[in-house]
Design a binder for this molecule. Sequence first.
Ligand code: CTP
Length: 398
Amino acid sequence: MLAGKRILLIVGGGIAAFKSLDLIRRLRERGATVTPVLTRAAEEFVTPLSTSALAGQKVYRDLFDLTDEAEMGHIELSRAADLVVVAPATADLMGKMAGGLANDLASTLLMATDKRVLIAPAMNVRMWEHPATQRNLATLKGDGVLTVGPDVGDMACGEHGPGRMSEPLAIVDAVEAALLDGPLKGKHVLVTSGPTHEPIDPVRYIANRSSGAQGTAIARSLAALGANVTFVTGPADVPPPLGVKVVKVQTASEMKEAVDAALPADAAVFAAAVADWRVANASGSKMKKDGSGNAPALEFTENPDILAGVSQMKKDRPKLVVGFAAETDDVQANATAKRKRKGCDWIVANDVSPETGIMGGSENAVTIISDEGAESWPRLTKDQVAAKIAAKIAGALA
Ligand code: CTP
């Protein structure tokens, strides 16, 4: 049931747009309120009048319609919904979304929204299979965009294959699934991610090869299950996920402060590759060659162990504390010892030897070490590992 749910429906310009009229009817039958937005191209296929009649609402049509702006700004329009649905999502709309363009009302709403977005792609088979569309699809999925379809079948253009927009009732099912309260609803989960940068002087620093990809994917998966996520990240290569509270830090000390400030939490996942040491004699001004041929000697001091600190908290310890162990030798034995030493509940151990290609790559092979022993997962994409870890956390907090 969709009683009380507000759907912002963006209709793209494709022959499948006529099915969106039925979609409006089906959504309303289930109690949803549907606010329709037509792209200019969509108006070639369906009229604003029929769309508005079926929705029982005004249709929003153009970014520069000043009357609309006076009534409800596009930012507000994009946020007043519980879910944004794009049906049909044409190749053009998907390209705009993946590229972050905002040159008409539909694309601006999609950029401005803070809600989840579900797309129902529809296009010619060749267009669907084109590497550009598939690249855009992968980007959108990485951004947390949900998809339904396309279906395989005969198309209006006479070709056969994937490209038909899903039937309205299948889209309604996907809308219901997207709006279901996730198992982590109401839970606060803290995630650390990325490397830290430890300054040597104002222009130089010590870093590591962590891209932040695994921590980012975990934060995204936790948010997808309904968690309220605080994401404390060092300077990562990948952008932070949508729908989480992002706290950006540089050093291990700043990360510790941000973690302390974010507690209490129901669970904490420490995926960051924190520098074990910082430079004790870091210079406040740029270090210069003095002409003697002698290199300056750096002295190191140990950073606070954030994971161990939180694991060993007497008061307000998160119910579940998950650490990571990046090892190059004796992965399981080292990780088991690390779990004991730090006092966390689980350790996600991975082999970061250069030949595995895991550090900085898109795949991961992990072993989860807990009270119950060691559980090794096959080599999976980091997104798949993240989804499995998030599901396991949801199970532990249930
Ligand atoms: N970690 C942390 N704070 C630190 C160092 C590490 O929170 N100062 C966390 C990491 O986020 C990770 C776990 O501890 O979850 C393991 O980090 P790792 O660097 O692999 O272990 P080390 O503590 O450095 O142990 P070793 O040097 O023996 O590998």
